[in-house]
Design a protein around this ligand. Structure first.
Ligand SMILES: [Zn+2]
Length: 315
């Protein structure tokens, strides 16, 4: 029996999988803050809860794959740090392996999600896949020749930090004009908050969208559906920038497929991805972009747990 575990900043999810990679039981808990020990106790309780729901016990467990929202040292199974959880230098694989008596494997959450789509979702049967997930930032992952590509230090695929505006806005990474400064949900929310403040969008103003934290994907969709031209301009511009980033990926990696996912893509759907795809086709080299499929991720939240469990089995 295998478990895939999604250690998120606001929630943690343990899913028990059968041999066909189907989820047979899941247990979700809110992630409480706290030190390494407190979070460790929550992880153990969430795993035990999932086993209970599956009618199983720790002795049935072969492996647990854990998706982590931040950089890890995969070789030692250590979480280096997590921006949202406050974990630092935590040897999770060692401690959890000792506690549960089974094999533990850690993977970055974006990589785990893309791998899930590769083994069980929209990218099944392909060998060269780029994943781009616009959210608070823009996560990216690369599957090259059937392998998850990690690079020399495990950090490959930072697609959100390729430069698309040479003199653009300052990015959190220190560079200027990164893709995520213009095409992430945060970038859209920032521009929409300004619209709301200027009284240019009644729907947004009514929802209190002058506070950028209140501009969620669902509200962006609602404002678009209300037919507000200013909102459409902001969203379409972000989609075009995403397409510029996708063209760069096509020219660099010659993929068969680009998977777009995350909450923003889920909510806006083809309204967003069609513009991104059209821009990609205009901008990428014709020889490379012909035949490239652009698809929306299929598995939702399950992609991460399925991918993490599968990677744990293979490593
Ligand atoms: Zn950056």
């Amino acid at each position: 029996m295998r478990i895939g575990f999604d250690l998120g900043g606001t929630k943690m999810l343990a899913a028990v999988l059968d041999d066909d990679r189907s989820v047979v039981a899941r247990n979700k808990n809110r992630t409480e803050g706290g030190d390494n020990d407190h979070i460790f106790a929550q992880i153990v309780a969430t795993v035990d809860g999932a086993l209970g729901k599956a009618g199983a016990s720790r002795g049935d467990l072969e492996s647990v794959g854990i998706a982590v929202p931040g950089p890890i040292d995969a070789a030692t199974g250590t979480i280096l740090y997590t921006p949202n959880l406050g974990i630092r230098n935590f040897p999770l694989a060692e401690r959890l392996g000792h506690e549960l008596g089974c094999h533990i494997y850690l993977e970055n959450d974006v990589n785990a999600g893309l791998w899930g789509e590769y083994v069980a979702g929209c990218a099944r049967g392909r060998r060269h896949v780029v994943g781009i997930f616009p959210g608070t930032g823009i996560g990216g992952g690369l599957i090259l020749d059937g392998h998850l590509y990690r690079g020399k230090g495990g950090a490959a695929g930072e697609i959100g930090h390729i430069t698309v505006q040479s003199d653009g806005r300052r990015c959190g990474c220190g560079n200027h004009g990164c893709l995520e400064t213009v095409a992430s949900k945060t970038a859209i929310a920032r521009d929409l908050a300004i619209l709301a403040m200027n009284g240019q969008s009644p729907v947004l103003a009514e929802a209190g969208a002058t506070d950028i934290r209140l501009v969620k994907s669902g509200l962006i969709k609602k404002a678009l559906d209300a037919g507000d031209p200013g909102v459409a301009e902001v969203v379409d511009q972000a989609a075009r920038f995403l397409g510029i980033g996708m063209a760069a990926m096509v020219n660099t990696f010659d993929p068969e497929m680009i998977v777009l996912g995350g909450g923003l893509v889920e909510k806006l759907g083809s309204r967003f991805t069609d513009i991104a795809e059209a821009t990609m086709r205009e901008r990428a080299m014709q020889r490379l972009v012909t035949g490239v499929e652009v698809v929306e991720a299929q598995l939702g939240d399950d992609a991460v747990v399925v991918g993490a469990a599968d990677l744990a089995e293979a490593h």
